[in-house]
Design a protein. Structure first.
Length: 135
């Protein structure tokens, strides 16, 4: 992927551009420096992992530096806490973008993706620690 200036983008820059473009085009949002985390909640892959992820990130719903994009179905995951939060955006078309290939957390520094954690069975114990560490 090339930037407007024609330079080759790093993986972090590509991911940031993809996320930024998605937010702008689909939710009229700007990925600004005010956000420290973006949570993507899907129902793809490990069902119990996604349920655990949803429950774990509920505590961040009132944090204005966190942004939530939910493509999970409420028939598969309890989304009741997400329905009234101000910083939650719902995506009905989970195939709209590769961002929704699984649940994940993007940690941002100065509006750029610094770290991505894909939620899967082998990191269910470690990602809550990482969340606490990065508050």
């Amino acid at each position: 992927l090339l930037s407007c200036e024609g330079k080759i983008l790093s993986e972090k820059e590509k991911s940031t551009k993809e996320l930024s473009d998605y937010l702008s085009e689909n939710h009229k949002l700007t990925l600004s420096e005010k956000y420290s985390k973006v949570f993507i909640l899907t129902h793809k892959n490990c069902h119990s992992c996604n349920q655990f992820f949803a429950k774990t990130i509920e505590s961040s719903l009132t944090d204005s530096t966190c942004l939530f994009i939910v493509s999970a179905s409420s028939s598969r995951i309890d989304l009741s806490e997400f329905l009234t939060a101000k910083n939650v955006y719902f995506e009905k078309n989970e195939n709209i973008n590769a961002l929704f290939d699984n649940s994940k957390i993007f940690f941002l520094k100065k509006g750029i993706i610094d770290t991505t954690i894909n939620i899967k069975i082998d990191n269910l114990e470690s990602f809550p620690k990482e969340l606490t560490k990065r508050k």
